[in-house]
Design a protein around this ligand. Structure first.
Ligand SMILES: *Cc1c(COP(=O)(O)O)cnc(C)c1O
Length: 394
């Protein structure tokens, strides 16, 4: 029996393998020159001044929250329709995540609801918009809410490397934010195995991110806090370093960076392929006639097309989502639910979170399904899937 077709899969070529082998033969293993090159390549491409590579997207979110100054009890608002890491990062920093509802057509944070929520209660420290499925949020309006609230904006762009805002800038340029976070987990636009990155245009944040990535130890141009230890007779003690705050070992290895860089060189091809596949799904399901509707509206900037989400009015028994997914599975397809709303996870439920004020998120969760969308999905495979999706519903 042939392998199942999943909702997502990485695309590795022989040159990616070679890039990793080259590092193993000739270079550093942990953070070295390849990490710097990878950072520079991404920063140049997205149009940001600085980039800091780390060991995962989650690590990137964590240090971004700390750099934003989130500490004990601080409010930070994100989307409930996301992976748990979008809220966990706030908890790591001691803050209190809050969830605002999503828009029906984009499945992204609704700026109007966000504005109302940010305007009540104590000051909101950060807003963490998630570009769901790769579709950029309405960043102009979110930035406006953040400015009124005095909040730092951290874009969770784990889905959105390769996307563009309607105004033309690339996601990662931080045209509307203080920091943008990417993930290079295998299901994302490009992969480094595990890995993440923060981009920013603010030097103060950049320096803080560098320190937090490496144990809180000062970097080249950070002033020493104990100059009497750092210098002797006016000369720098070359063995000396200082841990200035509690940081982490969130380094990316050169092995990962070499893979990430090799993958990144193909980003335009990857994006073109994903966008072509998404267009064909829109053609197939756009009119909703089959009972299958398209989850996200088109034309709000350029989506990175990380996920393709359909919506179906599921029912009970044989008409349930579980039964539908099982029928698709039996035909060779692995679909998935993106996402179980964060407040419903036992950890958050125990803390008292519910979907009570998130009706659009709740409705979406009951209807959603992510279907196969990845670079290696052949046209013929997609056609067969479309037929199966319609047949399994009937
Ligand atoms: C994948 C993902 C993350 C976490 O990235 P990792 O690299 O897996 O740690 C965070 N947020 C969202 C929305 C994601 O999809």
């Amino acid at each position: 029996m042939s392998a199942k077709i999943s909702y997502s899969r990485h695309a590795l070529d022989e040159d990616d393998v070679q890039a990793v082998v080259n590092v193993l033969r000739h270079s550093w293993l942990t953070q070295g020159p390849a990490v710097g090159e990878f950072e520079q390549a991404i920063a140049n491409h997205v149009g940001a001044k600085y980039a800091v590579a780390v060991s995962s997207g989650t690590a990137a979110l964590h240090i971004a929250c700390l750099a934003a100054g989130i500490s004990s009890g601080d409010r930070a608002i994100t989307s409930a329709n996301s992976f748990v890491a979008s809220a966990n990062c706030v908890r790591y920093a001691g803050g209190v995540p809050e969830f605002a509802d999503i828009e029906r057509d984009t499945l992204n944070l609704d700026p109007a609801g966000l504005r109302a929520q940010a305007a009540t209660g104590p000051r909101v420290k950060a807003i963490i918009p998630v570009h769901f499925g790769g579709l950029p949020c309405n960043m102009a309006q979110i930035a406006d809410v953040a400015a009124s609230a005095g909040a730092t904006v951290i874009e969770d762009a784990a889905h959105a490397l390769g996307g563009r805002y309607p105004s033309g800038e690339r996601v990662g340029s931080c045209a509307y934010s203080d920091m943008t976070v990417f993930s290079f987990h295998p299901v994302k636009s490009i992969t480094s195995g595990e890995g993440g990155m923060v981009t920013t245009n603010r030097q103060d944040l950049y320096r803080r991110l560098l320190r937090l990535r490496g144990h809180g130890i000062n970097k080249a141009d950070d002033p020493y806090q104990h100059p009497h230890h750092a210098y002797q007779d006016g000369k720098f003690n070359r063995w000396y370093y200082e841990m200035q705050e509690l940081g982490f070992n969130y380094r990316m290895t050169d092995i990962q960076a070499a893979l990430g860089l090799s993958q990144f060189r193909k980003i335009d091809r990857f994006m073109a392929r994903r966008s072509g596949l998404a267009a064909r799904y829109r053609e197939a399901f756009g009119d909703g006639a089959s009972g299958i509707r398209v989850g996200q509206k088109n034309g709000l900037g350029a989506s990175a097309n990380h996920l393709f989400v359909i919506r179906i009015a599921f029912g009970a028994g044989a008409r349930s989502r579980t039964a539908y997914m099982q029928r698709l599975f039996d035909r060779g397809y692995i679909t998935q639910v993106h996402y179980i709303p964060i407040p419903l996870h036992p950890y958050y439920a125990r803390l008292g979170y519910t979907l009570e004020r998130l009706p659009e998120t709740a409705r979406y969760y009951n209807e959603c399904l992510s279907i196969p969308l990845f670079v290696g999905l052949a046209d013929s495979q997609q056609r067969e899937f479309i037929n199966a999706a319609v047949e399994c519903l009937a």
